[in-house]
Unconditional design. Structure first.
Length: 361
């Protein structure tokens, strides 16, 4: 794969020539918040010991329910939340160093927001919305070059003919068309990474597939890395190369998409798959029926848990799930799981236990 989509080579000598070096990597990343509660100040462990990688030309999905930590991780990458502990590398360079040049960093890392109805200025024409980042980042200089680039960007996201849309307002467009404009705006600065936070959740089901296909096309044609955040594991299966399942601020299972979908280990991953709107998911696979956790309370990230945070909702929980740190298990095919059930599998090998939870400073 071409290296012209790696994060800039002049960010530091740490970055090698391997085009598959991660554009984003975290090692034991934690983000803790001190918040008020009826009992006084408590520490919410939004992220707790996250190991994650995103490579050039890859779509990596973060899947989990609300409050699992998906958006928090994206906000670390977008410099909204600072890490409490651990390490974040950007193209092999520590985050603090990579972010010193904020203009370059924000150009390389673009956000696609969940709500296309709120993320675009309803008082400005599409022409103005798309050309604004071109002018701010001085991508092109002449007025004619800017106009030509806007047309190119709209056509790139399949808003054709561009002349039909360029002088319309966001209120004149459908939700799917607005999201395409938002993507065109992000592409204007030639980014290396797109952080897509639930980009289809507010769109009609009939047009969600169009946006997902557009993201896949951009990965294939531009070599973009995409972090796809969703609660819908069915869309993650359709779009992503790798799935990272999050629960309670931890990545509890990760691996190549088809491996995760066809052979899940963690009960929470099985729960997500059973809940997905696809009756053929487990046909003939020998999986048990969907786990019934409807009466269990959701995870409280302000409570320290020695073992698995899903244990109070898991019908397969064992005594060791809550009495000691859970070892992390890995397999030769690139899977990683934080669950004691993996010890029943010959293809998984335990690594070191997860670090003990520490309080925020």
């Amino acid at each position: 794969m071409s290296t012209n989509h790696d994060l800039d080579q002049n960010q530091g000598p740490d970055q090698g020539s391997d085009s598959r070096a991660p554009v984003f990597e975290t090692r034991d990343l934690s983000v803790h918040f001190r918040v008020d509660s009826p009992e006084g100040k408590v520490t919410v462990r939004a992220l707790d010991g996250i190991d994650f990688t995103l490579h050039p030309g890859e779509i990596a999905a973060l899947v989990g329910e609300s409050g699992s930590g998906k958006t928090t991780l994206a906000r670390v990458f977008s410099l909204i939340y600072p890490p409490t502990g651990g390490e974040v590398l950007v193209g092999g360079v520590p985050l603090a160093r990579a972010a010193k040049d904020e203009r370059r960093y924000y150009r390389d890392t673009q956000l696609i927001f969940q709500d296309p109805f709120a993320s675009l200025n309803a008082l400005k024409k599409i022409r103005h919305i798309v050309e604004r980042p071109l002018r701010i980042h001085r991508i092109v200089k002449s007025r004619r070059a800017v106009a030509d680039k806007v047309i190119e960007l709209l056509e790139r996201v399949n808003l054709t003919p561009a002349s039909r849309y360029i002088d319309q307002y966001p209120t004149d467009l459908s939700g799917g068309q607005r999201q395409r404009v938002a993507i065109a705006k992000s592409l204007a600065v030639n980014p290396k990474v797109l952080l897509a936070d639930e980009p289809t959740s507010m769109l009609d089901a009939s047009i969600r597939l169009e946006v997902l296909n557009l993201l896949a096309d951009l990965r294939d044609s531009e070599g973009l890395a995409v972090l796809y955040i969703t609660h819908d594991i069915a869309s993650a299966r359709y779009l992503s190369d790798r799935i990272n399942v999050m629960y309670g601020g931890r990545i509890i299972e990760s691996g190549p998409t088809e491996k995760i979908v066809s052979d899940p280990v963690h009960p929470y991953t099985r729960l997500l798959l059973d809940a997905a709107p696809d009756p053929a998911h487990f046909k003939g696979s020998g999986h048990s029926a969907a786990l019934d956790t409807s009466t269990a309370a959701p995870v409280d990230n302000s409570v320290e848990v020695l073992g698995c945070r899903f244990a109070n909702r898991c019908p397969l929980a064992r005594p060791e799930c809550t009495s000691a740190p859970i070892p992390r298990y890995t397999s030769p095919d690139g899977r990683d799981v934080l669950c004691v059930l993996a010890d029943q599998r010959s293809d998984f090998t335990p690594t070191t236990p997860t670090p003990a939870v520490t309080s925020a400073r």
